[in-house]
Design a protein around this ligand. Structure first.
Ligand code: SAH
Ligand code: SF4
Length: 433
């Protein structure tokens, strides 16, 4: 593992989000909804083609400062700079793992909040006799949608942080632009092929901003990535899944299930106490039926907790006949829990039992463990940094709840920030504009 600060950038600060008031009030350019830039230019008395030039600098050049908007006259460049932020990320710190195949980036935002994204490289694999690669080279970026997370799953390092704040659309998209810039460095011509919302946060508790970001990713005039190459993962915010179904296919939906039985899922995914398994799966099933797009179910395999034959049978029966696919993820180590990944033999026999019900199953290879960059390890802090007071308290609660999971107990405490977040899950809570 090696740490590579981005050239010319100051290092990221301590892991305590600064107050919201310290934030820069200017919206990020990359997050402006369709037409906003045109309207602003018209109000400035500028010709509409300037919007194309600005978009070109933001999306083709991945500009990070106003100086890079060099197709604009100096006076307009200054006006743009006064009204918007060309980049919402103040500094990056990159950690490389898996001998260069995985890169975790810690991003410092303008109010001091810290988030992470993970870039994974998959080289082209195997050649058929006709000489065509079986798998083209892929570069997948895993991005964050919130600083911290209210849901508090006990096996996830982000859950331990608690909720910080929602990200703006531009803060989501600037993670993508930074990765695109790094990928293309040195004229390599490499491009991002996939973007997954599987970093920090619960995307469907920040749905409006996530939808704006997805629209920019899909728009050929902006990032231009096909909807099939974007995956959004949720721990099961049912009203938001239903809203997505009404909107039609925007991306591939992944549901983090982790248990097919309520008493266990109540503890592994505390959101289950608000929307239980049957409601989550019914909403996902309707989503697949209406959009014609297969839903993926994520299932973290935790030794002795959710990996028994009975759990496999319950999962198989639950999803039998659905347009669905299960990804089994052996649990990545997280410092605050004593839990461990199921053994490869247990994972294989669990997979076989689920398949008996006609449900497709893939076992995911773990990536990035040596840099704390694997699924569930994103804690936006530096290795070895001791937890702050609030985090330490939450850690205690999570450990108590983890023990409750093993006893099969249902009546565990719901984190206060989660109670608040689900009171009005999709109504623009903390909307940035
Ligand atoms: N909050 C969303 C998206 C981010 S988490 C969600 O939960 O779906 C992305 C994926 O990583 C989820 O499926 C999550 O359950 C999984 N994950 C969390 N902690 C993990 C761990 N310690 N090991 C393996 N996967 C983990
Ligand atoms: Fe939040 Fe997802 Fe982690 Fe659960 S697994 S705490 S929902 S980021």
């Amino acid at each position: 593992m090696s740490v590579t600060p981005a050239p010319g950038q100051k290092s990221a600060g301590a892991n305590s989000p600064a107050p919201r008031s310290a934030a820069d009030p200017r919206h990020g350019l990359s997050g402006l909804a369709d037409g906003v830039l045109e309207a602003w230019l018209a109000a400035e008395g500028q010709p509409v083609y300037r919007a194309r030039q600005i978009r070109g600098a933001v999306w083709r050049m991945n500009a990070q400062t106003a100086d890079e908007l060099n197709t604009l006259p100096a006076a307009l460049r200054a006006r743009v700079d006064a009204a918007f932020r060309v980049d919402t990320i103040a500094a990056d710190e990159v950690t490389v793992a898996d001998r260069g195949l995985t890169e975790k980036t810690l991003h410092l935002l303008s109010d001091g909040a810290l988030i992470e994204s993970v870039l994974m490289h998959y080289p082209a694999r195997g050649f058929q006799s006709v000489g065509r690669p079986i798998h083209r080279e892929r570069h997948t970026l895993c991005i964050s949608s919130q600083a911290g997370c209210a849901v508090g799953c006990p096996f996830c390092a982000t859950g331990e942080l608690g909720f910080g704040r929602d990200l703006e659309a531009a803060e989501i998209l600037d993670q993508v632009r930074h990765a695109a810039l790094r990928l293309a460095a040195g004229g390599s011509g490499r491009q991002l092929t996939n973007v997954v919302f599987m970093g920090m946060g619960e995307p469907l508790l920040n749905l409006d901003r996530v939808l704006e970001a997805v629209a920019a990713l899909a728009d050929p005039r902006r990032f231009g990535l096909g909807a099939r190459h974007v995956v959004v993962s949720t721990s099961g915010v049912v009203p938001a899944i239903r809203r997505l179904t009404q909107l039609g296919p925007q991306f591939t939906l992944a549901v983090s299930l982790h248990a097919a039985r309520d008493p266990l899922r109540d503890v592994l995914v505390p959101l289950n106490r608000r929307w239980p398994v049957a409601e989550v799966v019914a909403a996902a099933r309707d989503h697949a039926r209406v959009t014609g797009r297969r839903v993926s179910y994520e299932y973290v395999m935790i030794s002795g907790v959710n990996d028994t034959n009975a759990d496999a049978d319950a999962l198989g029966v639950l999803l039998r006949g659905d347009l669905a696919h299960v990804n089994l993820i052996p649990m990545n180590p997280v410092a605050h829990t004593p839990w461990q990944a199921s053994s490869p033999e247990r994972v294989a026999s669990f997979a076989a039992r689920v398949r008996r019900n006609g449900v497709g199953v893939t076992v995911r290879a773990n990536r990035g463990q040596d840099a704390g960059a694997a699924c569930g390890q994103l804690a936006a802090n530096r290795a070895g940094e001791p937890p702050a007071g609030a985090v330490a308290h939450r850690r205690e609660v999570i450990i108590r709840q983890s023990e409750a999971a093993l006893r099969g107990a249902r009546n565990t405490e719901m984190p206060a920030d989660l109670r608040e977040a689900v009171a009005d899950p999709i109504a623009g809570r903390g909307a940035s504009h």
